[in-house]
Design a protein around this ligand. Structure first.
Ligand code: FMN
Length: 400
């Protein structure tokens, strides 16, 4: 996604400057071409040498730098960039940007660039909450600047508050997502993705579930968000990092999942059911933990059928493009074709979960795509991230 993107990283003088080095590394690792501009204050924390070595490029600090072979170095850099990222952004630089000041290399280049601007502030909590800072942020948003807000956590001052720079991985993912959005083909669309195996409760501490890890669902949510869609991820797995641009709705059982979808169904353009929904659930849920009885070596469970989510939704369907997954261990194509027709799906992604290196829990998957009136399309084995992108690409032409 960031391959060959030309990103100017502007570094200003906050305590979090050291994290900017990791951000620059992360961007380069994803294939971006990075050049760095620093304020004089930023160089008090980390030397320009660090960034020069990481980027293999001169770092611009002095607006009147005579050593470059460029006549006007800050304009050359401003014109070169596809994207401008300010990380960390001080309260001081927010104030300057909001007012169009241009008294050093950072602010002059930022005023001169027409590239989209991402600003990632970090500061003391009171500096963040100060009316002047909030006024400047509101102005910057109004000017089209995208702000990734600081998080709550332990500040350099030794107490917990809002002002911390988000984690490096979050920042890199945010930048990647913003770049993806620039070419997004799902702008204005709402996509709901389900993920994970449902948990069907037996009692307060036990449940019946399956091996689904939610990886495919999370990858699909991320790929849809990268295309500019508003993405709702209805998931039973909540301990993974939420991809940028995705809203997580936590559910547990098949019934909860169905309710969560139905509440939003009318607003959806696409629904992708990547969750592994249990077909059956315990007929009763014990209010207290079920005790081990001493006089009986056997225990039987009575199960009742869960609602079939896709079948239920198919009856209410209007504009929604519905995509299902079929995890099979035998007669893959026959079983999947039956599901495609029965559930009136626009697409069915069939995978053979009997093999260890694909399907449930694996990082890779090998699937066959079925669509009505089309021959099955077998895709080669690939990462779930790559597969998610391939599937979203195939969903685009199905939208009305
Ligand atoms: C030790 C130290 C840490 C600082 N940390 C921050 C910070 O995290 N965020 C911030 O907005 N300002 C911070 N400041 C204040 C800025 O360095 C100061 O406002 C400076 O003028 C910013 O210049 P610049 O915006 O041109 O980089 C810090 C100052 C010192 C001395």
């Amino acid at each position: 996604m960031l391959k060959d993107k030309q990103i100017a990283v502007y570094i200003t003088g906050g305590i979090a400057v050291y994290k900017a080095a990791e951000v620059v590394r992360g961007l380069i690792k994803q294939g971006a071409k990075v050049r760095v501009v620093m304020t004089k204050s930023a160089t008090e924390f980390v030397t320009p040498q660090t960034f020069a070595v990481l980027t293999k490029q001169r770092v611009l600090v002095d607006l009147f730098d005579q050593a470059t072979n460029q006549l006007v170095p800050h304009i050359e850099l401003a014109d070169w960039s596809d994207l401008a990222v300010v990380v960390p952004a001080t309260a001081n630089v927010l104030a300057k940007l909001a007012n169009g000041l241009a008294d050093d290399a950072v602010t002059a280049a930022l005023l001169a660039t027409t590239a989209p601007k991402l600003v990632i502030p970090a500061m003391n909590e009171h500096m963040w909450q100060a009316p002047a800072t909030q006024r400047n942020l509101a102005q910057l948003r109004q000017d089209g600047v995208i702000i990734l807000e600081p998080t709550v956590g332990m500040l350099a001052e030794g107490y917990v508050g809002r002002g911390r720079l988000p984690e490096v991985a979050t920042i890199v993912d945010f930048i990647r997502h913003q770049v993806a959005l620039m070419n997004g083909q799902l702008q204005g669309r709402t996509v709901l993705v389900t993920a994970g195996g449902t948990k069907e409760r037996l009692d307060p501490v036990r449940f019946i579930s399956n091996d689904s890890s939610g990886k495919m669902g999370y990858a699909l949510a991320s790929a849809a968000a990268d295309q500019g869609a508003k993405v709702i991820l209805v998931s039973t797995i909540h301990d993974r990092a939420i991809p940028a641009g995705v809203t997580l709705v936590q559910v547990e059982s098949a019934q909860e999942m169905l309710t969560a979808i139905q509440q939003r169904f009318a607003t959806l353009d696409v629904i992708i059911m990547a969750a592994a929904v249990a077909d059956f659930r315990p007929a009763t849920v014990a209010e207290q933990k079920i005790k081990k009885t001493t006089d009986n070596d056997r225990m039987s469970l009575s199960l009742i059928k869960n609602p079939d989510i896709l079948k239920t939704l198919a009856r209410q369907r209007e504009q929604q493009v519905m995509v299902g997954f079929a995890a099979e261990t035998q007669q893959l194509i026959e079983n999947a074709t039956h599901k495609l027709t029965e559930k009136q799906l626009a697409m069915l992604v069939a995978n053979d979960v009997s093999k260890k290196d694909r399907g449930f829990n694996a990082d890779t998957n090998e699937v066959t795509i079925l669509r009505p009136h089309q021959a099955p399309e077998a895709l080669p084995m690939m990462s779930k991230t790559a597969l998610a992108e391939a599937l979203i690409e195939r969903i685009l032409p199905l939208l009305p």
